[in-house]
Design a protein around this ligand. Sequence first.
Ligand code: CA
Length: 226
Amino acid sequence: MLIMMIEDEAALREVVEYNLGREGYQVVSFDNANDALIALEDMPPDLVLLDLMLPGLQGLQFLDILRQKDKRTPVVIMSARTSEEDVIRALERGADDYLPKPFSVKLLETKVKVALRRSAGEEADRGGSLQCGGVAIDLEAHRVTSDETEIQLTQKEFDLLVLFVRKQGKVFTRNQLLNIIWGYENDVNSRTVDVHMAMLRKKLADNGRHIRTLPKIGYLWESRTK
Ligand code: CA
């Protein structure tokens, strides 16, 4: 697994290289995004760790360029900018996760592992069925079971569930969910998202625990629950 890290702080680069290296990852690091952009062609990474405030090309600009040609490679932001707006902006522009600085090595390793597992899951998904914990989805028959009991979902609830299970671990903002699931339908707002998520969670009964609410930001599906 090749991890590309773009971080201008040398001490942090060293810590991350050492610890991820010890976990068996190959880490290639850059102190600026311009060089990383050139290197992308020769060595497409399995995951990108990206700082936002950089000399020259900024983290979000790098993300925009990357996402123009590559929607899949997971990108985890590492940044001291931790305001709600910063987090939302990065997620909406295509980041998969956000690690506020300072962070623990353990949290970093977990986020990297989860993001890689999710992208591997997407590759393996052949369209017939999806499963996570006690939830099983038959995509063709539009049939959903939660702990082996069939549950009835509306079309929107079904679409939300499929999206979350396919992209488990990824945070979706309410705006992203509105765009993806509702498109440009009229009369919908972030409250619509909340209502549907609440209903979906309720219908999933025990498995509703997989849906985690990030206050003011959005939702994610956690494959493992406590
Ligand atoms: Ca920086």
